[in-house]
Design a protein around this ligand. Structure first.
Ligand SMILES: Nc1nc2c(ncn2[C@@H]2O[C@H](COP(=O)(O)OP(=O)(O)OP(=O)(O)O)[C@@H](O)[C@H]2O)c(=O)[nH]1
Ligand SMILES: [Mg+2]
Length: 462
């Protein structure tokens, strides 16, 4: 059914201008040329690869970015001619996309597209295309569309400006003018979508309130894209989620209960990436907030990366966390988790820990979602951070037929805690469990002399 609020702009500003055709969601198999200045191309290539775009060649021009055209005019003209005239035997034959490894201004993007006469994306465009491809839920699609329209608006403003000053009339489709009309339509759509996003944020806030009221504790998962967040979420929850070796597989929030500890909720969400313009991530702020407003935040770092990459991603994540944390929401406990232990040597782990130590991270937990190493240790650590150290206690056998059997008491305890160890003896049932202090008081009140705290010994569960 058509939503009366939904009046999408039929034009999509992109590639330096406004494309009037249907927005394509798959770019798999496209051949592209990549232009770069001094930036390291590795991550940008990985993003293109995630979208199955084949980068045929990287053209680098060192030096400062030109304010109008990023690369020098002469160089762009030479590239345009070579692209246009490439015969079938030329490696550039069939290239229909130019990727620029930078966050360009709208002015640069429009100028470069004009000069190259080929669809041109900067880093933001590439991310937006990638997000569009991966957004599967209504919320994610809404968020991506807002991010997209925000970026389009800058391009449209540039075009309106040129139309007004007469610098450039009717970009693209055969003397089309009236970018102002498109800009107004875009602003209307943005307003509608933002209204929806506000409703979505309110729904998230209400969900969070209900969780808190039910006594649940939340553990957020954060980290660079592809760090292994969804894999760890699945290991801790026993719940399948999308896990793929591609950037930004996850664009929305998933909440799950930690296995064996029903009152601990884990929140998986979108990852971070270096140098992302803040208005792009702003569109995802409701999603991000859901995991950041938590009792404990796990900051995941892919330990199989080279040490300097681990540190770069750590710094990006820490900066994003700092920028995105709501000062009114109270502080959370932060735990750094190293992932993909199975893919790295012991000496590499030592080097990573050593480097992190100099950045003020003295404790990390090493895990592998593939081999399950470290997962139980992480689970115990999470519980100790949330509930304090585990308590050892004894459940005595019933004294009379009217007393509750041990099994019934054990079920009640398990409903309110996470049992780490369990042993039967002549004295009764010995348990080691993580219990919230308030729940411990309540259990004592309801079970009276049927439970006795035992001398806490350092246990394996800790
Ligand atoms: N070897 C190894 N690979 C892992 C491990 N955990 C995750 N991976 C791989 O790392 C890639 C990314 O994993 P995800 O769990 O999707 O990572 P993510 O942080 O959720 O990524 P985005 O949602 O895309 O930001 C996938 O190919 C996983 O199979 C691990 O413990 N060991
Ligand atoms: Mg994920």
């Amino acid at each position: 059914m058509k939503d009366p609020d939904w009046d999408p702009v039929p034009l999509i500003a992109g590639s330096g201008g406004v494309l009037t055709e249907e927005l394509r969601t798959s770019h798999a198999g496209r051949r592209a040329l990549m232009l770069t200045r001094n930036e390291n191309p590795t991550e940008f290539l990985a993003l293109a690869d995630t979208m199955d775009i084949q980068v045929v060649e990287i053209v680098a021009q060192r030096g400062r970015s030109d304010k109008r055209t990023h690369l020098g005019r002469g160089r762009l003209e030479a590239i345009r001619d070579e692209l246009r005239m490439a015969p079938e035997s030329h490696p550039w034959f069939g290239i229909d996309l130019v990727l620029v490894n930078a966050n360009l201004s709208a002015r640069q993007l429009v100028n470069m597209t004009d000069m190259l006469q080929c669809e041109t994306w900067d880093r933001v465009r590439l991310l937006l295309e990638l997000f569009t491809q991966h957004a599967s839920s209504v919320e994610a699609r809404n968020q991506v569309r807002i991010a997209r329209l925000n970026a389009d608006r800058n391009v449209l403003r540039e075009l309106v400006n040129r139309e007004t000053t007469g610098e450039r009339l009717g970009y693209g489709a055969g003397g089309r003018t009236g970018w102002n009309v498109a800009l107004n339509a875009l602003n209307r759509e943005l307003k509608t979508l933002r209204g929806r996003q506000r409703r979505y944020s309110r729904a998230i806030k209400e969900r969070q309130r209900q969780r808190r009221a039910s006594g649940a504790r939340t553990v957020g998962l954060a980290g660079y894209t592809n760090a292994g967040k969804s894999s760890l979420f699945a290991s801790l929850c026993g719940k399948p989620v999308i896990v793929e070796d591609r950037y930004f597989s996850t664009l929305e929030t998933t909440v799950g209960r930690m296995q064996f500890s029903p009152r601990v909720l884990l929140v998986d969400t979108i990852g971070f990436i270096d140098d992302i313009p803040s208005d792009l991530l702003d569109a995802f702020s409701a999603t991000l907030k859901e995991s950041l407003e938590c009792d404990l935040l796990l900051l995941l770092l892919d330990c199989s990366d080279p040490v300097e990459e681990v540190i770069r991603k750590f710094e990006t994540s820490r900066r994003e966390l700092f920028d995105r944390s709501d000062p009114d929401a109270g502080s959370y406990d932060l735990l750094v988790v190293l992932t993909k232990q199975d893919s790295c040597s012991e000496s590499h782990v030592v080097a990573v820990n050593h480097a992190l130590d100099s950045f003020g991270v003295s404790e990390t937990i090493l895990t592998s979602s593939t081999s399950s190493e470290g997962i139980e240790h992480l689970r115990s650590n999470i519980l100790t951070r949330l509930h304090g150290p585990p308590i050892s206690f004894l459940v005595s056998p019933p004294n009379s037929a009217s007393d509750r059997p041990i099994a019934a008491i054990e079920s009640e305890i398990r409903r309110n805690s996470m049992v780490g160890e369990r042993r039967m003896s002549d004295e009764g049932l010995h348990l080691v469990a993580w219990i919230d202090p308030a729940d411990w008081v309540r259990l004592n009140r309801s079970l009276g002399d049927r439970i006795h705290r035992e001398v806490d010994q350092p246990s394996q569960a800790e």
